[in-house]
Design a protein around this ligand. Structure first.
Ligand SMILES: [Zn+2]
Length: 239
C-alpha cells in the first residue's frame, strides 16, 4: 500500500502560518481512507500524524497565534454536562488528544469560519485556552482514564469545542471517558470516578442535563450504543 501519510507534503507546509489551508483537506482525505482499514492499522496511521503535528507544535515549527478573539466571553452558567468517549481502546495521550482536536475542531473552523469570524481565515491558529502558559486545543474539560484516574484538561471558564453545537458548548462541560465504548459500558473504575467527579464539581447540574454527546448531535455514536440503554442509569444512581 502506498504511504497514506505524505510526510513531504506535510513538512513542506506545516511551518506556514496558514498551514491548515494546505493540509486540512489532506487530513480529511487520510481520515476517510483509514476508515476502511482494521482498527490497529488505522490508529497507527493517525497516531503517526498526531505525533508529527504534536512535535511540530512543541518545537514551534507549527506556529500558534499569541492573540485572537475572546470566544469565551460567550461562556454561560454551566447547566449541562456532556459525556463523550475517546473511541480508543488503548487510551490517548494528552498530546495526541490536543492535536486531534486541533485538527478536527479548530482546523475546520479556521478554514471555514463563521461570518462574524471571517477575518481569522489564514491567520495562525488560536484557541485562547492555556494550561501552564501553553496554548491548548482540547475540546474537553476532563479526561477519565481506564484505571479511574482523572485529568483536568480545560478550566471551566473556557468554552470547550466538544459538542458540535455552540449553544451547548457555551453552557456545558465536556467529560471524555478514554476507552472505546461503542459496544460496551465503561468499567466500574471509570464509572465510579465519573460519578465522583460530577458530585464534587457539578452537583448543581440537574440529572436530566447529564447527556451523552449523541443526544445533542445527530448521527454520531459517542459515547457509545450502551449509554442510553445501560450505563446512563447506573451513572445517575451513583451520583
Ligand atoms: Zn463525543
Amino acid at each position: 500500500m502506498p504511504n497514506i501519510f505524505d510526510r513531504d507534503l506535510w513538512s513542506k507546509n506545516i511551518s506556514k502560518i496558514d498551514w491548515y489551508l494546505y493540509l486540512g483537506e489532506d487530513f480529511k482525505r487520510i481520515e476517510n481512507t483509514v476508515k476502511e482499514l482494521p482498527r490497529q492499522e488505522r490508529e497507527e496511521i493517525v497516531d503517526e500524524i498526531y505525533d508529527y503535528v504534536g512535535k511540530s507544535l512543541s518545537e514551534g515549527i507549527l506556529q500558534v497565534s499569541e492573540t485572537g478573539p475572546n470566544w469565551d466571553d460567550e461562556r454561560k452558567t454551566i447547566d449541562t454536562l456532556i459525556v463523550h468517549h475517546s473511541s480508543r481502546a488503548n487510551g490517548l495521550t494528552n498530546s495526541r488528544l490536543n492535536v486531534m482536536h486541533l485538527l478536527r475542531l479548530y482546523v475546520p473552523f479556521f478554514t471555514n469560519p463563521s461570518q462574524e469570524n471571517r477575518e481569522i481565515k489564514g491567520r495562525a491558529v488560536w484557541s485562547g485556552h492555556f494550561v501552564d502558559q501553553e496554548q491548548v486545543f482540547y475540546g474537553y474539560h476532563w479526561l477519565v482514564k481506564q484505571d479511574g484516574s482523572i485529568e483536568r484538561l480545560l478550566d471551566d471558564k473556557y468554552i470547550g469545542w466538544h459538542a458540535g453545537n455552540w449553544d451547548i458548548n457555551a453552557r456545558s462541560v465536556g467529560i471524555c471517558l478514554d476507552d472505546d465504548l461503542e459496544l460496551k459500558s465503561p468499567n466500574s473504575a471509570m464509572l465510579g470516578s465519573l460519578a465522583k467527579l460530577i458530585k464534587k464539581h457539578y452537583s448543581q447540574i440537574e440529572k436530566g442535563r447529564i447527556l451523552g454527546h449523541r443526544e445533542v448531535h445527530n448521527s454520531i455514536i459517542c459515547p457509545g450504543n450502551e449509554f442510553i440503554p445501560a450505563w446512563r442509569e447506573q451513572l445517575l444512581n451513583l451520583i
